[in-house]
Design a protein around this ligand. Structure first.
Ligand code: ZN
Length: 216
């Protein structure tokens, strides 16, 4: 799942209005920010499997450190603890913990059985990715609800607050269109990892326009 994870971060602002959107967005995308690091380190493995359905072009051979549920609970608790230590904001802490966990649950809906509880457990996945249009419909709906929620919760104080936010949404939609309709299978694992690492930039971007908006 892709923009569905960002949807969780945007909608989270309603439940933790004092949290920076950067911190809130980081939670649901955290596992996919760690995953490329573990790929580059050789700790987790993915292979490229040409397929006419772009959602099925990656075969997740092993990723228990970034996407095993036991590890995910650990990442959620670690991030939430650090956040609480820095901010003492309980609502934000809870929302961040749930946000990290939500990644696994949303991935469970779309992935084919490749998600684990721990490194030697059986594999889980409901496989919505097999149904390309249903996946697109679900993610787009989640994203639309989240945008609506966030823009109702906050309003722009200046042009950065407005256009920074619109550009963020547009960028994600274009990137998602590339992922959902892209013609060619990804060229190499290393490239996939490096492109995925760019996701880290979405955190300061979200923080940036969010400070130019105020909660109403
Ligand atoms: Zn993931």
């Amino acid at each position: 799942m892709f923009i569905g994870h960002y949807a969780v971060g945007l909608a989270a602002k309603k439940f933790a209005p004092r949290s920076s959107l950067g911190a809130l967005v980081a939670a649901p995308i955290l596992l996919d920010l760690l995953w490329p690091i573990f790929l580059l380190l050789g700790w987790e493995h993915v292979s490229i499997a040409p397929n006419s359905n772009p959602f099925l072009r990656l075969q997740f051979d092993s990723y228990p450190i970034s996407h095993g549920l036991v590890a995910v609970v650990g990442w959620a608790t670690l991030y939430a603890s650090v956040y609480f230590g820095l901010t003492r904001y309980l609502a934000g802490t809870i929302v961040i913990w749930i946000g990290v966990i939500s990644h696994w649950l949303l991935d469970l809906i779309v992935h084919r059985p490749d998600l684990q509880l721990y490194a030697t457990s059986r594999l889980y996945g409901l496989g919505l990715w097999n149904h390309r249009w249903l996946t697109i419909a679900l993610e787009t709906a989640l994203f639309a609800i989240a945008i609506w929620t966030y823009q109702r919760q906050t309003h722009a104080r200046d042009k950065i607050g407005l256009y920074g936010f619109l550009a963020f949404v547009l960028f994600l939609l274009i990137a998602y269109a590339g992922a959902a309709f892209g013609p060619a299978p990804p060229p190499s694992i290393k490239k996939i990892a490096l492109v995925t690492l760019l996701g880290w930039l979405m955190i300061p971007w979200a923080w940036w326009f969010d400070v130019h908006r105020e909660v109403q």
